[in-house]
Design a protein around this ligand. Structure first.
Ligand code: FAD
Length: 365
């Protein structure tokens, strides 16, 4: 089976790698792999998040991906480091409202069998001395984060090592088992996976209603630097009804994110975005202003019409979708890639992925 994957973000690259591992011949097409949302991403891998408020299909998908992460990374690290750390995620409450949310989260996690430890303000201060005083915290000792840039680089290395081809061009049309590129070249396929993030529905050649619209949701994200690292573990700072991601890397980088903005395909970084993130960070980390500024970047999260991932076959024969992962593409990369590899080898995907079939959209996929 000759499979073409259009789009080389974390979803397309992970899919390509898992398919190669299962003996599929794979070509990835992307003008600039791993430069869009997957490059901007913080790489938080929380067990459950504020967006999931009950046991539902998305939570089951997240938990399946969480279980897969260690083996996914271990296999990938046969090729290159993947930037994964599983040394805990601290949810820290900075006001009463956040503290009561932690009570709810704790019982929710316990009901799912996810380990979590309640921390006093003193214990939070010991774990995260750079924090302003908290009202308490909840530590997920088995949770963590991945550096998406390291992960993407490892996936590209693994794809090339396993004989996959990466064509650095834009796909313009998909028709008659052929992808036409922006230079006019034609790439034939038996099956094609469209994984072009929020640009997926812009690919031409397919019936008008074949691919649902994937809406871009802009996120700006800040990277600072300090040596030694200012924070010990990955954290979410909860205050004023919002949560701020704080992801420290072992090399001293501190990732602070992110904004949510509806601005179409605008990817510019703004002074307002930078100021907002810095102001929110300074409320919870008083010393943050002294850190070296490294980068402000923006990415477009791909949101499907129901804001849930689209993973699997469409109504068009041999055309598959792997997109719409919105705020969770890095977290959901292992389960998406495994499910797509199963579809591409005519085996049954993990049960948690089945509800995410694009066919749920009716003819609109
Ligand atoms: P993308 O990474 O956008 O990749 C799409 C690719 O398709 C691009 O490389 C592009 O060049 C290519 N492409 C587009 N059109 C074409 C074409 N015509 N032909 C060929 N190629 C094409 N998720 C988490 O799990 N944890 C987080 O902590 C987290 N933090 C985030 C923070 C920010 C600021 C943002 C923006 C996102 C964050 N996300 C996070 C979400 C996550 O980044 C996305 O869900 C994920 O990156 C989507 O991956 P993707 O491969 O579908 O899309």
């Amino acid at each position: 089976m000759n499979t073409v994957v259009v789009g080389g973000g974390v979803i397309g690259l992970a899919t390509a790698w898992r398919a190669l591992r299962h003996g599929v011949t794979v070509t990835v097409i992307d003008p600039a792999p791993a430069t869009k949302a997957s490059h901007a991403s913080a790489g938080m891998l929380p067990p459950s998040s504020e967006q999931i408020d009950g046991v539902n299909d998305l939570l089951r998908l997240c938990l399946a991906s969480r279980d897969l992460y260690p083996s996914f990374v271990a296999e990938l690290e046969e090729f290159a480091p993947a930037g994964f750390r599983r040394d805990g995620v601290l949810d820290a409450a900075f006001d009463e409202d956040a503290l009561s949310k932690l009570d709810h989260q704790q019982s929710f996690r316990e009901s799912l069998g996810i380990r979590s430890e309640r921390l006093t303000p003193e214990e939070c201060a010991k774990l995260q001395p750079a924090f302003a005083p908290t009202l308490g915290g909840l530590l997920g000792p088995d949770d963590g984060a991945v550096d998406p840039r390291t992960l993407n680089a490892a996936l590209l290395t693994a794809i090339e090592a396993l004989g996959g081809t990466v064509i650095r061009r834009q796909a313009i049309r998909v028709a008659h088992h052929t992808v036409t590129l922006d230079n006019g070249d034609a790439v034939p396929f038996d099956r094609v996976v469209l994984a072009a993030g929020c640009w997926t529905h812009h690919i031409g050649g397919l019936p008008e209603d074949a691919i649902p619209e994937i809406r871009p949701v802009k996120g700006q994200i800040l990277r600072l630097h300090s040596e030694p690292p200012l924070l010990g573990v990955t954290a979410r700072a909860l205050s004023k009804g919002a949560s701020l991601y704080l992801v420290p890397r072992l090399d001293g980088e501190l990732v602070i994110g992110a904004t949510y903005e509806q601005r179409g395909y605008d990817e510019t970084v703004t002074a307002d975005g930078t100021r907002d993130l810095l102001a929110r960070a300074a409320e919870v980390i008083p010393g943050v202003g002294a850190l070296r500024f490294a980068e402000i970047s923006a990415g477009l999260r791909p949101a499907s019409p129901d804001e849930l991932p689209l993973i699997g076959p469409t109504a068009v024969p041999d055309v598959y979708l792997a997109t719409g992962h919105f705020r969770m593409g890095v977290q959901l990369a292992p389960i998406t890639a495994d499910a797509m590899a199963a579809y591409l080898t005519d085996t049954t995907p993990h049960a948690s992925a089945l509800p995410f079939t694009p066919l749920r959209m009716g003819r609109a996929a």
